[in-house]
Design a protein around this ligand. Structure first.
Ligand code: PEP
Ligand code: MN
Length: 287
């Protein structure tokens, strides 16, 4: 353990990941992005485009998702694309546009960090770092993010075990930053009809095993806007803490992940369908 790392409070539980293990905070913890708490009574929605494409696009998206019930704005500026020929994101310019949209809409933002060298420029401009599925095993990045003061949304690697996911969280906590939200975003399985397979049981297990909030990303997990509402309702019913959803005003021309983007109207309909499920399990949707 590094000197800076928070020390485990409970030492009578034998675990590989003492800092994130549930025994440290048996009641569980809330972790806040800006003024939005995850892990409390609310089922929190994070929404926005896969990628920041322009100032107008991200600002319009921010105002709209805020009015439709989202509490946190998302938008990628550093995009980990499968092909080097695909749109790679706007980089720091995109971070600045995201920041402006977030201030304008008065909602906090989260965005992916891909490289240690970008942390310093990003940290003052954003409300939370996202570690993407492809970087869950990037230990240099995990260590560096552990030394920051901003909350971290840690996505599960799409080929990673639950143990590896929690050990990645432990890396971050070991640097001194245990404000971590776990995000199950789908793992790779043998069927191609859905883009990935949402491991709902694994997400529930992670919530029981740790003191951290756990959310899902139904957009990347399914790749199919039509079934995102149903899988999100399942996450609400399962007692998870939130969902991150990609929206776009015109998915057909989106520069990344257009196929899985919901329109604002679809997002609105989904939002309306979540309330009764939340009420049935003693949770609520903010606003
Ligand atoms: C994203 O959120 O846009 C993203 C790239 O997610 P993941 O790392 O889960 O693929
Ligand atoms: Mn995406």
């Amino acid at each position: 353990m590094s000197e800076a790392g928070a020390k485990p409070i409970s030492s009578n539980v034998d675990t590989e990941y003492p800092l994130v293990h549930r025994s440290r905070f048996p009641e569980g913890r809330t972790v806040s992005i800006g003024n939005v708490a995850f892990g409390g009574e609310d089922f929190v929605l994070i929404a926005g485009p896969c990628a920041v494409e322009s100032g107008d696009q991200i600002e319009k998206a921010a105002l709209e998702v805020r009015d439709l019930g989202a509490s946190v704005l998302r938008g990628g500026a550093f995009k980990p694309r499968t092909s080097p020929y695909s749109f790679q994101g706007m980089g720091l310019e995109g971070i600045e546009l995201l920041r402006r949209a977030s201030l304008r809409a008065e909602m906090p933002c989260v965005t992916e960090v891909m490289s240690v060298e970008d942390i310093e420029d990003m940290e003052p401009r954003i409300d939370a770092f996202q570690i993407g599925t492809r970087n869950m095993h990037n230990f240099a990045l995990l260590k560096a993010i552990g030394e920051t003061k901003k909350p971290v949304m840690l996505k599960r690697g799409f080929g990673s075990t639950l143990r590896e996911w929690l050990l990645a969280a432990e890396y971050i906590a070991n640097g001194g930053n245990d404000n971590i939200i776990l995000c199950e975003r789908g793992i790779r399985s043998f069927s191609g009809e859905t883009r990935f397979t949402l491991d709902l049981a694994g997400a529930i297990w992670a919530k029981e095993e740790t003191h951290l909030p756990v959310i899902v990303d139904p957009s990347h997990a399914t790749g199919l806007p039509k079934i995102i509402p149903a899988i999100t309702r399942a996450a609400v019913a399962a007692g998870l803490d939130g969902a991150m959803v990609e929206i776009h005003h015109n998915p057909e021309v989106a520069l990344s992940d257009g196929d899985q983007a919901m329109t604002p109207a679809e997002f609105k309909a989904m939002h309306q369908s979540l309330g009764p499920v939340a009420a049935a399990v003693g949770r609520k949707l903010p606003k």
